[in-house]
Design a protein around this ligand. Structure first.
Ligand SMILES: [Zn+2]
Ligand SMILES: [Zn+2]
Length: 398
């Protein structure tokens, strides 16, 4: 007989007990923002908490030094539910994506489940997935290395400016277009040079010229990551880092072909050479498991959250959760921690991610995740329905 599912009230009570530590862990991560694959401090504060809470912790996993796996085995075999912790920050804006809340909320959710249900069946895991930002593709790399083998469902939430059970995530290719020209004195004999920076400028203009003629769901955006060394030297090298995104990997790859052709045309026009390479694995489009997302929605709604349904037309970014969502049922709901309209990746979102209000909301989100974990372990029909939806290719969107 499966163990009874703990009530949402039991899970919330455990989370309230965990609240001081949850806040401390979150604020410690927030105060020390670490970029992709350098998140050693975040890894340490999370694994210490999980280790003290009875989880068996392995720091470093799947070839990524800042990943971790924390396992709480049950008393009898059963499903394996993984809660995902992201904890990387952004250059310039620190925790402007609020991953400190994802991390602390994930650990709190898993600890709450094992406290409410010490003799649970199956396995509760927390997987620390570094390098989500900047094309790091931590989850894709961990999956490739087998870290998710045996995991039945992967669950996380993301902070934002509204509550949603889910929204699309675009497929994204991460590219560097490097131009090589010929250096020369910029005044004495510029005609001896061929400017790689001029190529980079023309390339960005070419992207702008394409913009009207790509699908409305596509996004082409980049930065000049190398613009030369000195004003008095014709730049022999320049580079543009850009992302090419659209609703599906197929559509994004078709756009990559057009971007490649534009780079080659620019090279011809400027007498330079263009080389294009991927700076990281492609992010796949996201599939949201509606069975599990609705269970999360029901739980947080019962705790007072005014959560909206899956929004197919909402603004979309990209995440390596998309890659995982092609392998197993996943959820990635959004939790309102800031005023509506607060942009992600902004100073305002960073400030919001450290407020007591954000931590109140993270408690609710953690209760929602804990509810889904408990349901997966103790209600066989929930995992069966999630699997059936996944196998049927249902869920949104593909
Ligand atoms: Zn982000
Ligand atoms: Zn994020």
């Amino acid at each position: 007989m499966p163990s009874p599912t703990p009530t949402l009230e039991m899970l919330s009570t455990e989370l309230a007990v965990l609240r001081p530590r949850m806040d401390a862990v979150s604020l410690a991560i927030h105060a020390r923002p670490e970029l992709k694959f350098a998140e050693f401090h975040a890894q340490q504060v999370l694994t210490r908490w999980l280790g003290e809470s009875g989880f068996t912790v392995t720091a470093g996993a799947g070839g990524l030094d800042t990943a971790f796996v924390a396992v709480h085995p049950g008393t009898v075999p059963g499903p394996c539910a993984a809660v995902l912790a992201e904890y990387d920050a952004l250059p310039g804006v620190g925790h402007g994506c609020g991953h400190n809340l994802i991390a602390a909320g994930a650990a709190a959710a898993a600890i709450a489940v094992v406290r409410a249900l010490p003799a649970h069946p199956g396995t509760v895991m927390v997987i620390g997935t570094p390098g989500e930002e900047m094309g790091g593709a931590g989850k894709a790399r961990l999956a490739e290395a087998g870290v998710f083998d045996g995991v039945d469902a992967a669950l996380m939430f993301h902070p934002g400016d509204r509550w949603l059970t889910g929204r699309p995530g675009l497929a994204a290719a991460h590219l560097r277009v490097a131009f090589t020209g010929v250096g020369a004195h910029a005044s004495v004999s510029p005609w001896q040079g061929r400017s790689a920076l001029a190529a980079a400028q023309l390339f960005l203009n070419a992207l702008d010229s394409m913009r009207q003629f790509v699908p409305p769901t596509a996004r082409l955006h980049g930065i000049v990551s190398d613009g030369g060394q000195a004003p008095n030297v014709v730049p022999a090298r320049a580079a543009v880092d850009l992302y090419v995104r659209d609703r599906t990997a197929g559509s994004a790859l078709a756009l990559v072909d057009r971007v490649r052709a534009a780079a080659e045309g620019v090279a011809l026009a400027t007498g330079t050479r263009a080389e294009i390479h991927e700076t990281g694995p492609m992010y796949a489009e996201r599939r949201n498991n509606t069975v599990l997302a609705e269970r999360f929605g029901d739980a947080v709604r019962a705790l007072g959250a005014d959560i909206g349904p899956y929004d197919p037309d909402g603004p979309a970014g990209s995440s390596d959760i998309g890659n995982l969502s092609q392998l197993m049922p996943v959820i990635h709901p959004y939790v309102q921690i800031a005023d509506p309209g607060t942009p992600a990746h902004s100073d305002a979102m960073r400030e919001a991610a450290a407020t007591p209000f954000a931590h109140d909301r993270t408690q609710v989100a953690a209760a929602g995740l804990a509810e889904v974990v408990a349901a997966l372990l103790t209600e066989p029909e929930v995992l069966a329905a999630a699997r059936a939806e996944f196998a049927a290719g249902a869920g949104v969107p593909v």
